[in-house]
Design a binder for this molecule. Structure first.
Ligand SMILES: Cc1cc2nc3c(=O)[nH]c(=O)nc-3n(C[C@H](O)[C@H](O)[C@H](O)COP(=O)(O)OP(=O)(O)OC[C@H]3O[C@@H](n4cnc5c(N)ncnc54)[C@H](O)[C@@H]3O)c2cc1C
Length: 467
């Protein structure tokens, strides 16, 4: 939930974005493969790049929920724009905000709050994607402090950014033989070279480049926090980033459903509007229930304490990225042949909705993590809710497998999928209670029914995978 004291500022920003958004030409951005610099300036002037940054450094100091709500609003108009801002607010700047020294923060954050510079985050390498323990980029003592060598790929905001948070292995630093650290590099540091823009299936307006780091020598205080602490820092930064990204997927879902409602409200076949056809009506109603649960889960994750955020953000990222894709696909389907033609805009929504299922942790990897967490921590729960069923399955698997849980990825994958549905169910029920309207109650009830249906294949898989 957006904190009460933030409601006014978020409402004002969203209203401004509603006006600005109508002027954003998503198809032109897609065709050009870049966001016009005047639009980035406008977003910066609105203060969007400072939303999550502390007020003492010129930001708005908004909560994750509030930032997510603004990113979702941006995504309704263009996903590339939302990704550019969301990445800056999440993965790009979170490390500095959470773990930077007072000097680093004072030096960098005020300018970052103005979007000058924009921030990026570079962990992935050719040999290290889902498995970030395989990172080869190295930071070691050298020159004026430390030296960074290596190369990164798929860096969002790469060509726009002036500051990069880099994941590197750091053997020997801070007294650790092994270990990884996060290092802040500037685009102006000697030896930092940004590669060419990648050609992509979607999200074409969002910059994605490689980054070469060749003998980059920087002061030792560019390392974020204590050397060797990157895994713990990453857990926090990625939880933030995933939640922000999930919020963007809700914006895509809203745009897709709005387009589908518009089209089905006037297109007639069989002598009736498409929306009056029972099958279409059910698809639209269930799409609304899915979006209700997606939004509820993002708020639920964003409003959690640190431990809750780390797990719930896994569920939110998976549900929302798959939901965003599903709703964009529904919009294309309900537009019929015209959905396949670029002019209607829903084809672009679909292309843009594909990569969130892959980046910031491929969904199947996150499902396994969520399954492991569920099996490791579940407590018995009474009742016949999906949540109770999943918790009890988790307890049973822990009792049966003990320390061998990690060696049962198929079961953990199925359990993680179920846990995501259960968390979304709880979030939807809580949202309906808070909103206390007949419409919210109906949406939550529809979602509970859908979640039960969606659970069936995973329950079946779990039985299949059980030894
Ligand atoms: C447009 C774009 C922007 C990106 N932006 C950034 C960025 O800003 N910063 C950054 O650091 N990275 C970024 N990435 C990288 C992204 O996070 C990785 O692509 C992602 O983590 C997957 O890694 P990979 O591509 O190496 O796939 P791999 O690790 O090779 O995995 C390929 C597939 O195998 C499956 N898989 C792998 N391991 C498992 C497992 N244990 N269990 C089940 N299935 C598994 C999954 O289906 C996965 O999708 C971006 C990528 C893209 C495409």
């Amino acid at each position: 939930m957006v904190e009460p004291e933030e409601l006014a500022v978020v409402a004002a920003l969203n209203e401004t974005l509603e006006r600005l958004g109508r002027g954003i030409d998503a198809r032109a951005i897609d065709a050009a493969g870049r966001i016009p610099s005047e639009l980035i300036e406008q977003l910066a002037d609105l203060g969007l790049f400072g939303l999550s940054l502390p007020t003492e450094h010129g930001g708005y100091g908004l909560s994750l929920s509030a930032c997510g709500s603004v990113v979702a609003q941006l995504a309704r108009f263009d996903r590339s724009v939302a990704t550019t801002v969301g990445l800056h607010l999440g993965l790009g700047s979170r490390g500095l905000v959470a773990f930077g020294s007072p000097q680093q923060q004072a030096e960098l954050l005020p300018a970052m709050a103005l979007g000058r510079p924009i921030a990026a985050f570079a962990a992935t390498e050719p040999g290290a994607g889902s498995d970030l323990t395989a990172v080869r980029t190295r930071v070691q003592e050298g020159g004026r402090g430390v030296q960074v060598d290596g190369s990164k790929i798929y860096v969002t905001n790469g060509a726009l950014a002036g500051i990069f948070t880099i994941l590197a292995r750091s053997p020997g630093l801070g007294g650790n033989k092994r270990g990884q650290s996060l290092v802040l590099l500037r685009d102006t540091d000697e030896g930092v070279k940004v590669g060419a823009e990648e050609g992509k299936l979607g999200l074409r307006g969002s910059s994605t480049t490689s980054l070469d780091l060749d003998g980059v020598q920087v002061p030792a205080d560019r390392i974020l926090g204590v050397p060797g602490q990157a895994p713990e820092q990453l857990a926090h930064i990625l939880a933030w980033g995933r939640t922000m990204m999930a919020a963007g997927c809700c914006g895509t879902g809203r745009a897709a459903l709005d387009a589908a409602h518009r089209h089905c409200g006037f297109r007639e076949q069989f002598g009736r509007r498409l929306s009056a056809l029972p099958v279409v009506g059910q698809q639209l109603a269930e799409g609304e229930a899915l979006l209700f649960a997606m939004e509820a889960l993002v708020r639920y994750a964003a409003g959690s304490d640190e431990a809750g955020l780390r797990t719930r953000s896994l569920a939110a990222k998976v549900l929302c990225s798959e939901g965003g894709w599903e709703l964009a696909d529904l919009a294309v389907q309900l537009h019929g042949g015209s959905g396949f033609i670029e002019e209607t805009g829903v084809a672009l929504l679909l292309r843009d909705a594909r990569v969130p299922r892959i980046f910031e942790g491929a969904n199947d990897v996150l499902r396994v993590h969520l399954g492991l967490h569920t099996a490791g921590s579940a407590q018995p729960v009474e009742g016949d809710s999906l949540e109770a069923e999943v918790a009890n399955l988790g307890v049973a698997l822990r009792e049966r497998l003990g320390a061998r849980l990690g060696g049962a990825p198929l079961m953990m994958h199925a359990l993680g999928s179920l846990a995501g549905l259960a968390l979304a169910s709880r979030a939807a029920v809580e949202r309906a209670e808070q909103e206390a309207s007949p419409q919210a109650t109906a949406l939550a009830e529809t979602w509970l029914r859908l979640a039960r249906l969606r659970a069936l294949p995973h329950l079946h898989r779990l039985r299949e995978a059980s030894p």
